[in-house]
Write a protein that binds this ligand. Sequence first.
Ligand SMILES: NC(=O)c1ccc[n+]([C@@H]2O[C@H](COP(=O)([O-])OP(=O)(O)OC[C@H]3O[C@@H](n4cnc5c(N)ncnc54)[C@H](O)[C@@H]3O)[C@@H](O)[C@H]2O)c1
Length: 271
Amino acid sequence: MANNLLKGKKGIIFGALNDMSIAWKVAQRAHEEGAEIVLTNAPIAMRMGEINKLAEECGNAPVIPADATNMDDLSNLFDQAMEHLGGKVDFVLHSIGMSPNVRKGKHYTDTNYDFYHKTMDISAMSLHRVLKVAYEKDAINDWGSVIALTYIAAQRVFPDYNDMADAKSLLESISRSFGYHYGVKKKVRINTISQSPTVTTAGSGVKGFDEFVAYADAMSPLGNAGAMDCANYVISMFSDLTKYVTMQNLFHDGGFSYTGVSNEVIDKFAK
Ligand SMILES: NC(=O)c1ccc[n+]([C@@H]2O[C@H](COP(=O)([O-])OP(=O)(O)OC[C@H]3O[C@@H](n4cnc5c(N)ncnc54)[C@H](O)[C@@H]3O)[C@@H](O)[C@H]2O)c1
């Protein structure tokens, strides 16, 4: 259902890897809502070529490779995006996460610090890098909106989420800190959306992920929020209907974050 919520708006979407990616759905919805978009991902992620299908579907959106940990790549991305779009952007989606420690099965207590640095850089500092480049180039219009995706392991312990929990805490802090400065300077708003566990390539990398999804579903009064619903929430945050929301961590999780325990979970312990 399209409502022209983003008519006339332009944006950059990071992180569409395949059709399970949350960013993929955001791109589809942004296009449906009338936005003009530029797609980007790490050069290595583009070798699979799937993003070209999405680009075609989204009105032949340009695909510009950028490693989100590389300042030259990000600078080039913003220059090219503004050239293509004919001006500044109105929204940016940061949908990026990767932990080599998780990938290699390193336990949190036995972390590899080179990997740990990479986790922080890719999954959290990359938001600061993107914002710094945009801020210096004055690349986002007044009242523009930046969203980064996060997970509740930033607030509460989920043991197998590993160092990604630390990265998400940093990511949320960067969104608040930069949100202050960018808000004062340009009225640009920056928020994180804390999404239910969702079956995607990044999500499935977490040990015991299926059980995790089932547990969260049983704990959430509305059930787990899906990727398309997450995309819809992101679109509302990119629209002018949410202009005064900034520096927030917004839970999009069917009520999970404020539920102590559900009857469904309690019933599993009934003797
Ligand atoms: N899936 C879940 O359960 C879930 C829940 C809450 C939050 N999130 C967050 O949502 C975001 C999107 O993840 P997803 O679940 O759609 O999985 P995904 O695997 O589809 O997306 C992750 C993306 O990060 C990109 N990426 C990795 N390294 C990069 C780099 N150096 N430069 C640029 N891009 C890079 C990947 O190429 C990929 O497109 C992540 O931040 C993730 O932590 C996911």
